[in-house]
Ligand binder design. Structure first.
Ligand SMILES: *Cc1c(COP(=O)(O)O)cnc(C)c1O
Length: 390
């Protein structure tokens, strides 16, 4: 029985050729392909600067560092995300707190954020940064979040790991209209892949320069930034503690080749999502609601089992689908329920909307190479598992 994964990359001959060309060239890392890929991503999302790094997680870490997040600071994010959206603050020694999600978009709730900020202001413990995740590819309420950022003086990192090519109120995600820094991931299940890889985009040039320095040990060779002068052509200075978070030219060449197909990737995912919406209409499921003025990149197609219309639990449906070769998944286990975060003091019940959503959520297969026939098999298997038409 052929299995259908929930997501996968799509690699064509042009991608392979692009990588092989780099292997035969002078530069395996930090050569011309890096700049080419950064330009491709910057221009696709309308950002002034794009800084490639070794993963989306590295991008989040450096984004926090560039905003001077450190011990004693507070970073807020959503519990309905991959752990990296919260871990980035912990890498910097900062404390993390969460804001519950909106019950329809599954993104951070702007109303809950507003209420929590009001309370935090009274206690004098406001966040320095809010990491807003565009869950499943649908941007969060970024205009409200940006307005609150102005009011309460925090910076906004948009974790757009799911949302390359998404739009919000006519703005491309990453164009800097609503976030100080936007982060993308190029893990194989994401929209575009470099195997491992990430990118930070920004319109704030000083942050961009800092990010370039931080990804390579905190080292600079730029004459204007050096503390000493006249030392000679070999000379560089380490100005702060940075990392080796560089992307290779092999990865960047793959990324540039993939970026040429971004529009096609998005179009196929949007087609498949609309088809799921239509074909699942009579199922005892809550299909993903799309807020106005947003165009999702459709990284994930998440349904919730509707307990009012089916006696089956998510666990039963998950196991039955997997047993039939449909590799459904669950996004996400609320981050605050992870043992690591529980040990920091977080408890079940703290974010009831995210927890209730998690109980019923199921991600159906969605990727560029999913054929119409594959999708029909997913749907007929789901009908069988849910005992529809029996
Ligand atoms: C994939 C992902 C990341 C991490 O990206 P990596 O490239 O795997 O390090 C961060 N946040 C979210 C929401 C993600 O989906």
């Amino acid at each position: 029985m052929r299995t259908i994964p929930y997501g996968r990359q799509d690699i064509v001959d042009e991608d392979v050729a692009a990588v092989v060309e780099v292997l035969r060239s002078d530069w395996l890392t930090q050569g011309p392909k890096i700049e080419e890929f950064e330009r491709a991503v910057a221009s696709a999302c309308g950002a002034a600067q794009a800084i490639s790094v070794s993963s989306g997680t590295a991008a989040l870490h450096l984004a926090c560092l560039a905003l001077d997040v450190g011990p004693g600071d507070l970073v807020w994010t959503t519990p309905n995300t991959f752990v990296a959206s919260a871990n980035c603050a912990r890498y910097c020694g900062a404390d993390v707190d969460f804001v519950d999600i909106d019950e329809r978009t599954y993104n951070i709730s702007a109303a809950a954020l507003r209420a929590k900020l009001r309370e935090a202001a009274q206690r004098g413990r406001l966040p320095k940064v809010v990491v807003a995740v565009a869950f499943s590819g649908q941007p969060a309420d970024m205009a409200e979040i940006a307005e609150l950022a102005g009011e309460y003086g925090f910076a906004v990192i948009e974790d757009a790991s799911h949302a390359l090519g998404a739009e919000y109120r006519g703005h491309k995600v990453g164009d800097g209209a609503y976030a100080d820094l936007t982060v993308f991931s190029f893990h194989p299940v994401k929209l575009v892949t470099t195997a491992e890889g990430g990118m930070v985009v920004t319109n704030r040039n000083t942050l961009g320069e800092r990010l370039r320095r931080l990804r390579t040990h905190g080292i600079t060779r730029t004459a204007a930034d050096l503390e000493a002068s006249g030392e000679g052509g070999w000379y560089y200075e380490q100005l702060e503690l940075g990392y080796n978070y560089r992307m290779t030219d092999l990865q960047a060449a793959l990324g540039t080749s993939q970026m040429a197909r971004l529009e096609g990737f998005l179009e196929r995912r949007r087609y498949l999502a609309a088809r799921y919406d239509r074909l699942l209409r009579e199922f005892p499921l809550i299909t993903p609601w799309q807020a106005p003025e947003r165009l999702s990149a459709w990284h994930l197609y998440v349904v919730q089992l509707d307990p009012a219309r089916t006696p089956l639990t998510r666990r039963e449906v998950f196991d039955a689908m997997r047993a039939r070769g449909i590799l459904v998944n669950v996004h996400y286990i609320p981050v605050h329920l992870q043992p690591y975060y529980r040990r920091l003091g977080f408890r079940a019940g703290a974010y009831p909307v995210a927890e209730a959503y998690y109980e019923h959520a199921l991600s159906l297969p969605l990727y560029f190479g999913l054929t119409d026939e594959d999708q029909e098999r997913v749907i007929s298997t789901l009908a069988e598992v849910l005992r529809l038409g029996a």
